[in-house]
Design a protein around this ligand. Sequence first.
Ligand SMILES: NC(=O)c1ccc[n+]([C@@H]2O[C@H](COP(=O)([O-])OP(=O)(O)OC[C@H]3O[C@@H](n4cnc5c(N)ncnc54)[C@H](O)[C@@H]3O)[C@@H](O)[C@H]2O)c1
Length: 269
Amino acid sequence: MEQNAYLNSVFGLKGKTALVTGAGGGIGLAISEGLANAGAEVALCNRTVSKCQPLADRINAAGGRATVHHLDITRLDSIHACVDEVVKTYGKIDVLFNVAGINKREGLLDVEESTYDRIMDTNLKGLFFMSQAVAREMYKRKRGSIVNIGSHNDEGMLGGCSVYGAAKSGVVALTRAMAVEFAQYGIRANAISPGHILTELTQVTWDHPTRAPWLRERIAMKRPGMPEELVGMAILLASDASSYMTGQAYHIDGGCLCGGAPWEYDTNY
Ligand SMILES: NC(=O)c1ccc[n+]([C@@H]2O[C@H](COP(=O)([O-])OP(=O)(O)OC[C@H]3O[C@@H](n4cnc5c(N)ncnc54)[C@H](O)[C@@H]3O)[C@@H](O)[C@H]2O)c1
């Protein structure tokens, strides 16, 4: 078989419809574009739809198919309206990427109830009910792949990230729960846990005089990841190449959880 045809048969997403939440953010845009380039039709769902429109226009102009849908993942009525709209547009959903997420960095002693609720409602409760709504659709066709975005903080933990880390650990627990319950319906669930990725949101950290060098020392590759560096795993988990993969969280972190940059040691090299 010719090389491109072979790669397409293993990783290609032609004929698959993907719904991406948080599609207007740094990571959501990169993943959505990657899925479209691999052949998927992409429903770009976000609270601020204007953030997704330029990408949808680009995908459609290049001969692909993408649509933009309003979603406030903190509201069940919005989740159900969004899923209904996407199913009406494409007739099905094969792949769900739960990317929408927020954070506010502050000490555990400082967190107020409203902040706690906002982070949990978006990162954990919203993801739960979005997955439930989409899985009810996937159940009808007995196939699907759900990919949740975790974080370094679902296993490691940075200061000032207590609520966020708890929510992301919950996301990994939910990923396992979905894998266990949904396998019988032909639905797989996995998580991608990004390490420190350079996006608009994190640019301020990478420009910070003390936090940036602190972070570099904790990453073996001594640099932030780019959103595009998550795309390979996103395509793998969306495609049939991962047909026996379910219930796992894959950390893409440039060597952060493994130990970071080494201390001084003797070497002839
Ligand atoms: N950037 C990183 O270093 C990093 C690291 C680990 C995990 N993550 C996770 O990756 C995901 C994307 O992060 P990002 O860096 O692209 O952030 P981002 O802020 O650029 O993107 C988040 C997107 O979610 C959308 N969103 C927020 N609240 C929403 C709501 N209630 N309903 C619908 N959409 C909503 C925002 O409009 C935005 O488009 C998040 O879950 C984040 O926790 C990011």
